[in-house]
Every structure is written in C-alpha cells, then in structure tokens.
Ligand binder design. Structure first.
Ligand code: 13P
Ligand code: SF4
Length: 314
C-alpha cells in the first residue's frame, strides 16, 4: 500500500517545527516504521529515549514502552498515538500480585520484564528486556530471583544462569507468541532445509529448542544482517519481517505463522501519528511517585550494557 506523500510531508514538517522525534517498535506497521526516526527493540527504544534532545517523543509501541520513555524523561512530552495500545501480558501481573510474591519470598529479589505495568515496575528491584534478561538476573544481588510476567522468558533465561529463577505468575504469557508451536516449526524446517530459523524468547521452551537462533526482535534483525543464510523462518510478530526484508533484499523471509499479529501494536496508523503530532495527543501521564520508584528499576537496567543473549539453546 502506498501512502499519500502529503501526509508523510505533513508529518515531517510538524516533526521539525515541534522538535519532535518518532520512535517505533519493530512490530509497527511498515509505513509507521518508515516514517520513524528510530526503529528498534524495547531495550534500544529505552536507550534512545534517554539520548534524544527532542522536546516531544511520539512513541509508536504499546503503552508500557511509552511509559518507560516517560519515566526516563520526566521533563519531556511523551505522546502515544493510540491510547488503547496495551500489552495483555503486562496486565497478567498487577502491582498487588508483585507485593504478594514479595511477601511470600522475602529473601528474593524481583526482576520484571519491561512488558509490565508502571505500578508493577515501581514495586520491583530491576527491569529487563528480552535482550538482557540473563545479564540483569546475574547482576541482581540475590540467588533467588522472582521473574515476571513472561514465564517463557523466565524459563529461557534460566538456561543461562545458575540462579533460582521463579516465574511470577507461574503461567504469564504473550498471546501472540503462544501461536507458535514446535510441530509447525519442524514441518517448516523439513520443507525449507536451507533456512535459518529464529524465534523470540517469549515463545515456548519447545519452540526455542527447535530453532537455530533465539533473541530479542533487534537481535534477530542483526542475525539476519550478519548471517550467510539466504532464507529465514521467523517466529515472532510479523512486523519485524518488514525491517528484515528492507535490509536484506537478497534473502527470503518466511513468517513461522502469518497470523502472528499483535493487534495492539498495529493500532498506531500514519493518520494517528499525524494527529498525535498536530494535537499533541495523547500525553503519557503517570503519578510522580510511581515514576520515581519505577525509574530506579529501569536505571538499574540501563547501567548494564553487555548483552550476552541472542543464541541457540545448547
Ligand atoms: P523486544 O524487546 O524483543 O522488542 O520485544 C518486545 C515484545 O513486546 C515482544 O513481544
Ligand atoms: Fe505484548 Fe505480545 Fe504484543 Fe509483545 S507481542 S506487545 S508481549 S501482546
């Protein structure tokens, strides 16, 4: 689909006039990725939010990502083009549940996946993303680590640490990554023996074991750039394939399941990005106390820069 040049131009003009920057997650619609100043995974977008000197950040991602940008930039205006872009997995671990687990395991530390509610983050010890979960678990000062809300990421990280990692809640999951299954991966592997297969660590342990490479969305993207393979099967939300195809015109990218679509991520359209810039809507606002408490946990993560993840399970 091609988009009216004038809408693209209007967005560019407004961006310059208002000294705004557009950040987009790897799962955004192709046209939103194309208009963005920066496209990346949740770790890269958090880092980017700390480095920009723009006055306005238009964040095209789900709300926990925009909230993280707001937590890191209390003096900037952070806008989200559609307020309904929520992550159902984040909702699986309300702050009350974090407090409940804290009481149940008083000696453990709590690491929360960035895909969590701001109020839950305010009650944890450190935040991590899918790109650095092992590193953060290893850095936190406790042998027992409560990790949530994604139980699959908790199980994946457990493969690379000596620590006792307990998923909270025990069955938290991403509904999009739940759509992939091992049987289908093995069938695709048989039909495309020359393909490299990659998956996001939010997939089940069985899927992660069946593929060649496991990593965050940007780690999979980097793998697609550096690999000598000419064919890739990708087990994550289909938005990432747009970026991969643009960068590797010589290669073929096959979605492991073409209906793996995060409807929340797709709520941001070009039209809404334009209206967001024009009307400065919708500002991401959180209670100052929650922001201050959550900031400590996010800053703990950002102090860490090595990312040993993005590998095949042994
Ligand atoms: P990344 O951190 O890999 O971008 O993933 C975020 C996410 O929501 C995956 O479903
Ligand atoms: Fe949340 Fe899954 Fe969508 Fe990522 S893909 S934002 S984890 S629902």
């Amino acid at each position: 689909m091609s988009f009216p040049d004038d809408l693209m131009k209007k967005i560019q003009n407004l961006k310059e006039k208002k000294r705004a920057v557009i950040l987009a997650h790897n799962y955004q619609r192709p046209e939103v990725q194309d208009i963005a100043d920066f496209v990346g995974d949740s770790l890269e977008l958090s880092l980017c939010a700390t480095q920009t000197d723009a006055k306005i950040i238009v964040f095209c991602g789900v709300n926990f990502m925009a909230e993280t940008a707001a937590i890191l930039n209390p003096d900037k205006k952070v806008l989200i083009p559609d307020r309904n872009a929520l992550c159902p997995m984040a909702a699986m671990l309300p702050a009350e549940l974090v407090k409940f687990y804290r009481k149940k395991h008083p000696d453990a530390k709590i690491v929360l996946y960035i895909n969590s509610l701001a109020e839950a983050k305010a009650n944890c010890d450190a935040v991590c993303t899918s790109a650095n979960s092992v590193e953060i678990i290893n850095r936190i000062d406790s042998e027992t680590v409560l990790f949530g809300p994604d139980s699959n990421l908790a199980r994946y990280a457990k493969n690379f640490t000596e620590k006792n990692v307990i998923p909270i809640p025990s069955m938290g999951f991403c509904p999009v990554h739940k759509l992939f299954n091992k049987e289908e991966i093995l069938r695709l592997k048989k039909s495309h023996p020359d393909a490299e297969i990659m998956a996001h660590p939010e997939c089940s342990p069985e899927v992660c074991e069946a593929v060649d490479f496991v990593g965050s969305t940007s780690k999979m993207y980097q793998e697609a750039l550096s690999s000598e393979a000419k064919k890739f099967i990708v087990a994550t939300e289909i938005g990432l394939l747009h970026r991969m195809k643009k960068a590797r015109k010589d290669a073929v990218f096959i979605p492991a399941y073409e209906e793996a679509i995060c409807v929340n991520m797709k709520l941001h359209t070009l039209e809404k990005v334009y209206l967001s810039l024009k009307q400065e809507r919708y500002p991401v606002e959180l209670p100052p106390k929650i922001m201050d408490q959550a900031r400590k946990a996010v800053e703990f993560m950002l102090k860490t820069r090595e990312n040993p993840q993005g590998k095949k399970l042994q």
